[in-house]
Design a protein around this ligand. Sequence first.
Ligand SMILES: [Ca+2]
Ligand SMILES: [Ca+2]
Ligand SMILES: [Ca+2]
Ligand SMILES: [Ca+2]
Ligand SMILES: [Zn+2]
Length: 594
Amino acid sequence: MKRALTIVFLALLMVALSGYSPADSAQGPKARPEVKLSFDHFYDQAELTAALKELQKAYPDLMKLQSIGKSYQGRDIWAVIINNPATGPAERKPGFYIDGNIHGNEIQGAEVALYTIYYLLKNSGRLEFVDRLLRDRSFYIIPTMNPDSRDYFLNLASDSNSPRSGLVPYDDDRDGLLDEDGPDDLDGDGSITYMRKRDPKGTYRTSPDNPMVMVPCRPGEKGEFIMLGSEGLDNDGDGLVNEDGPGGYDMNRNFGFNWQPNYVQRGAGPYPFCWPETRAVRDFILAHPNLMGAQSFHNYGGMILRGPGAKNLGETTAQDRQVYDYIGKQGEKILPGYRYIVIYKDMYTVYGGTVDFTYNLLGIFTFSNELDFDQYASTQPASQRRGGEEEDEEARSRMFRAGAGLEEIIYHQLVLMGEQLVEWKPYKHPLYGDIEIGGVKKMGRRVPALFKLAETCHRNAAFCLYHADQLPRLKVENVSLKKLDSGLYQLDVRIANERVTPSISFQAVQRKLHRPDQLKIQGKARLVSAGIITDRFRELSEPVKVRENYLPVENGIPGFGFVDFRLLIEGSGEINLIYDSLKGGYLEQKVSLK
Ligand SMILES: [Ca+2]
Ligand SMILES: [Ca+2]
Ligand SMILES: [Ca+2]
Ligand SMILES: [Ca+2]
Ligand SMILES: [Zn+2]
């Protein structure tokens, strides 16, 4: 016989909150000091630190700022946790993780991350979408993983490709000396550009269309210049120029999943997590097992990447690919010109990268965006554009030798008014004699022009927030209680998921990466037995072995789906029905056994 139910919703329920009030109701929006950040320039570590502290001061209820460790040179690696505690502790909500700037020269990831923090905080209490996110998700954001090289790139002389590494001294050329021959800013303009020397036997000439453009001579054609590579001196007199600059390894090849040594993949480092920065980030990620979505930011090429990073991992399962595809395809609409592609298939192989670590080992759905693409190439089909990271020595030196093409130079001259361009000018080099120095400056490639930076920040933040919104949103539905003749209660309950991400990734289910979800009861009652209803019309169910007052839900709750449970309970009075998912959230509902 069916009885009327008395169901009391708890205020800390993450869903269907009738008594919900905006995040800042206690303090009142007007009581906050106003924070105004602009996204028309790049933040060095000091400025980033100041901005984060200011935000923390203005939004102490929503934002927690912590240093998760020090870089090699002693800079704080900042992490921000954003959550509305009025709607539950951060660790009981699906967590969304963002990191930027693991590669020191790929700076705009930090601005995107900072903008995401700023946007969430500024729009709390203003925008229903943001309030909903802060109500039932938590955010874990590391704007820069590599503050040493960020500061180096922004404040010291460099080119657009370096320093990619962290700054632990490293012997790139195995001569026993560390960082003994870095780039030299001979003309003192803050950028490392290129050197050329007039020589009729040279293999380059200037383009007839534009004297800034160097073109390789065709066979038999008369040469004008020899290209001498990147601006610098042979500091240690070994016959090579700039062969061992600052650092010399790749933090995004140092993560402890599918790691391969240096002889398989340059930059890997001696062993996984050997650098202070990769260790700090690993520990932060592992300390938050509720993380269910993640995003890394790199530059450049306009890509929304997913794993696997290497072919040996095999293709992602169809179950999880559905989730990736759903979010990635929307990403292409949020980020015009970006392509949703697979790292090893469509770009190049990465062993020991963050994306495979978080997905394969922790079951977190992870994307990595290659931010921005060359503006002068925006009319080209995306698949033909230059991209990736010019990370291998061969590709980089090709670029150095060839300098910039005609379209790029025209863009620099006519759109950026020459701000990021050094016109060839004479210089007396101690080794090469009379040479010329010139080319595109460090900020003229890979990072967006300042007039484009805000758009990069907003659209990529929008992609993150979309992904965060697509994390599991679980809901208790269809609770029905029946007192059986035996005196036991039969409690039927449906746990539904309103978003595409399941409460456990298939990767985690398959590999048993973490504990399954748990459906629990609390109170003066005992869970006698339980099952999952497989056919609700014929009342068929499959028994699940119950533990001490909970049943493990090995497969979790599917995306855009539900699971119907049937519990047999012995006891009386009010009990707490709890759905506790490590990554999918925490639901609680009172049920009166009567
Ligand atoms: Ca060396
Ligand atoms: Ca220079
Ligand atoms: Ca040298
Ligand atoms: Ca040098
Ligand atoms: Zn990168």
